[in-house]
Design a protein around this ligand. Structure first.
Ligand SMILES: Cc1cc2nc3c(=O)[nH]c(=O)nc-3n(C[C@H](O)[C@H](O)[C@H](O)COP(=O)(O)OP(=O)(O)OC[C@H]3O[C@@H](n4cnc5c(N)ncnc54)[C@H](O)[C@@H]3O)c2cc1C
Ligand code: SF4
Length: 327
């Protein structure tokens, strides 16, 4: 049973500056881009801002620009545009694969890069109707006191399930954040913290303006496991970027989504430089992943399944990329 969408006002600024000003003037307002995440949550009564600041009419957010040093992708670029960009596909294959795996074609023409990076975290006790959540005494993330997944704990373990972030992380992305004080550039990893209730480090009125990727000497790939083969969030998603040096690894980066409250780069992969991708190394990758992921009972699949699936994806993608690069 879904309640009707509560009434809200819509501001339609033409520039980033105006958008920030509108948001700061109305505490409790929210930015909206494609609306494919936020509006669903509003329909469920999870969020009820009385003003939405629409970013979709801001031209400066919709450009993709490349030069010899890399590419800049505006936060307002749609996922469909990203998925069909041939220059990106040739250099940053993981990003194209991640974009093509997001939701369905109808969502992708509306959904944006910025909205995907700022996607709310997900949990089977949270992504439910108002009626369902009230019947279950709500939960710590929204209106309640207790986490139903870890009732003894004090924090929310809802999972970050965006597909783009791990691909961007292995490709070395930085983001421009615009706010009242101007713009700052940070590594994408610094956008996130391990807290399902407040997983973004954006301050009030701040928005992501663009994503920067350095020119890529790496081969890269992204894959996810999901309950349904189409239109589904990742139970676990893994991106790998690998540069070979002769017949050994030059550098290796692995990043994960769907298992923790933030997407993250696997720690410890720099130690694999100079080694071939053999059975022993694959087992070490498997162990590293299983140690660092923290899946909880936030999806209909078990936490252990997601742990094992994440490790298997990381192992297989690494072996595949290495075989491609050294063939
Ligand atoms: C049926 C269904 C299936 C889905 N499957 C997937 C999937 O497989 N993988 C996946 O990753 N996602 C999936 N999604 C979620 C969603 O469609 C995408 O993540 C999409 O990219 C969100 O972008 P948006 O522009 O629509 O975000 P919005 O809904 O407009 O915004 C989402 C959040 O980001 C904030 N925001 C938007 N733009 C900015 C910005 N520039 N700076 C700061 N904050 C910003 C908003 O305030 C809001 O909090 C699915 C959604 C549905 C309904
Ligand atoms: S992990 Fe706990 S607090 Fe977070 S959404 Fe799920 S039940 Fe709620």
């Amino acid at each position: 049973m879904t309640a009707p969408l509560a009434e809200f006002r819509l501001a339609q600024p033409g520039t980033v500056k105006e958008a920030i000003a509108a948001c700061l003037k109305h505490p409790g307002s929210r930015f909206v881009a494609g609306g494919t995440d936020l509006l669903v949550n509003m329909r469920r009564g999870i969020s009820s801002p009385d003003l939405l600041v629409d970013l979709s009419g801001i031209d400066e957010l919709t450009e993709i620009k490349s030069d010899g040093r890399g590419v800049t992708i505006g936060a307002g670029v749609t996922i469909a545009t990203l998925a069909h960009n041939t220059a990106i596909a040739s250099q940053y294959r993981a990003l194209t694969q991640a974009a093509a795996a997001i939701a369905g074609p109808g969502h992708r023409v509306m959904a944006t890069v910025g909205g995907n990076l700022c996607l709310d975290t997900r949990c089977i006790y949270y992504n439910q109707s108002e009626w369902w959540r009230s019947a279950n005494a709500y939960c710590l993330k929204n209106r309640g006191d207790v986490c139903h997944v870890a009732p003894q704990g004090q924090r929310c373990h809802a999972a970050f399930s965006g597909d783009l972030a791990p691909a961007l992380l292995v490709l070395g992305a930085e983001i421009d954040i615009a706010g009242a004080q101007g713009e700052r550039r940070i590594p994408l990893s610094e956008l996130y913290v391990e807290d399902g209730k407040a997983h973004l480090t954006l301050a009030a009125g701040e928005l992501i303006a663009a994503v920067h990727l350095p020119a890529a000497p790496h081969a890269s790939a992204y894959e996810k496991v999901r309950v349904r083969g189409a239109i589904d969030f990742p139970l676990a998603g893994v991106a790998v970027a690998l540069a070979a040096s002769g017949t050994t690894i030059g550098s290796l980066r692995i990043a994960l989504t769907g298992t923790n409250s933030r997407p993250f780069l696997l720690a410890g992969t720099e130690a694999f430089a100079g080694r071939p991708v053999d059975e022993k190394l694959q087992q070490e990758i498997d162990r590293l992943v299983q140690k660092q992921v923290q899946p909880m009972r936030t999806t209909i699949a078990s936490a252990n399944y997601r742990r094992v699936a994440a490790a298997a994806l990381a192992r297989r993608l690494t072996a595949r990329l290495f075989a491609e690069r050294t063939a």
